[in-house]
Design a protein around this ligand. Structure first.
Ligand code: GDP
Length: 355
């Protein structure tokens, strides 16, 4: 049993939801995450990461801080939120697909000045194929002509500061985009007018530059996840973990970046993926820092899901991105798990051959 993950009386024992951010290139996906993190990945803090899946962990206390102005009485029941970011370039459809397959829910970013674009439709199709719920971030509202900046303000408060012309342009563009979604067979509505979440997808107007609507987006994501996904977010004993990247890091040898979707990992755990080895170190970036970006790491004795983690161990050069990482428990049959890992690897490799 996992003593540390057993529920306390009267409390739900939920893991952090995993949210991916999707949408057409240049709609502001990276900038939105930068705005929430307080980083500057978009302007090149991170060289050469655009070909990798990324992960950032937002602890509940940061989310609470950022959403304070909304005076939400709702209690945060999840420990945090893990956001997965996938490469935007057209040729990385497989990585976007892999990234989105890990997610409990998604943010679909749409540029208010451009409406739905080809990769918006690609994202929509991926989300529908997997039955993943999503929230639309209608980004770049600050580009509406005459927009008055209300830095980091909740969107309703920001809208109240705008002139009639700005509100009219906003409404006109919003109506057009709702129609475009309708043409894709989807009902969408401004989130604070949406009375039937689940049936109708919510739209949160945002600016990644001036921060309007960001509190709304965070609160809506977390509240919705913990309200509607309790079963999916409840801890299980079996580790569910996927390899994102295999890479050599100076001073650590070959490491793997993984997303721990459920369960707990410990230093010293025996893992199979595909060779049997032992976790030497469990490393994460600091909270609100991107896993892909080179920086300093925090060492952990154990880590609870969901998290983006860098693992060091012997023999990781044999690991393959896209495969599952299996953990051998005290009662497990090593041979059976090895066989499962081989099958998994072959299926990932055959998919690569085909694409
Ligand atoms: P991505 O390709 O979806 O990750 O988009 P980026 O985050 O790289 O943003 C693309 C461009 O749009 C950059 O020049 C950003 O500075 C700009 N941008 C992103 N979000 C906003 C926004 O909310 N308002 C404005 N005015 N520009 C934005």
């Amino acid at each position: 049993g996992l003593a540390s993950s057993e529920p306390k009386e009267g409390e739900e024992n939920l893991r952090s939801p995993i949210c991916c951010i999707m949408g057409h290139v240049d709609t502001g996906k990276t900038k939105l995450l930068d705005c929430i993190r307080g980083t500057n990945v978009q302007e090149g803090e991170a060289g050469g990461i655009t070909q990798q899946i990324g992960a950032t962990y937002f602890p509940a206390e940061n989310i609470r801080e950022r959403t304070r102005e909304l005076k939400a009485d709702a209690k945060l029941k999840v420990p945090g939120l893990l956001v997965i970011d996938t490469p935007g370039h057209e040729s990385f459809t497989n990585l976007r697909s892999r990234g989105s397959s890990l997610c409990d829910l998604a943010i679909l970013v749409v540029d208010i000045m451009h409406g739905l674009e080809p990769q918006t439709i690609e994202s929509l199709n991926l989300l529908r194929m997997r039955d993943t719920e999503f929230i639309v971030a209608l980004n770049k509202v600050d580009r509406l002509y005459g927009w008055k900046t209300c830095k980091n303000a909740p969107i309703v408060k920001a809208m109240k500061q705008q002139t009639k012309d700005v509100v009219n342009e906003f409404n006109m563009r919003l109506t057009g985009i709702i129609t475009q979604f309708k043409e894709q067979g989807l009902n969408t509505e401004l989130y604070y007018k949406n009375k039937e979440m689940g049936e109708t997808f919510s739209i949160v107007p945002t600016s990644a530059i001036t921060g309007e609507g960001i509190p709304d987006l965070l609160l809506l994501l977390v509240n919705w996840a913990q309200k509607t996904m309790v079963e999916k977010l409840t801890y299980v004993d079996d580790v569910q973990c996927t390899v994102l990247e295999v890479k050599v890091i100076e001073g650590h040898g070959t490491t793997i970046d993984v997303v721990l979707v459920n369960g707990v990992l410990h230093e010293g755990d025996q893992i199979v993926g595909p060779i049997v080895t032992t976790i030497r170190a469990l490393l994460t970036p600091h909270p609100m820092k991107e896993l892909r970006v080179k920086g300093t790491y925090v060492h952990h004795k154990e880590i609870k899901a969901a998290q983006g983690i860098k693992i060091t161990a012997q023999g990781l050069e044999h690991a393959i991105a896209g495969t599952a990482l299996h953990v051998i428990g005290p009662d497990d049959d090593i041979e059976a798990i090895k066989e499962q890992a081989m099958e998994d690897m072959e299926s990932v490799l055959s998919r690569i051959d085909k694409s």
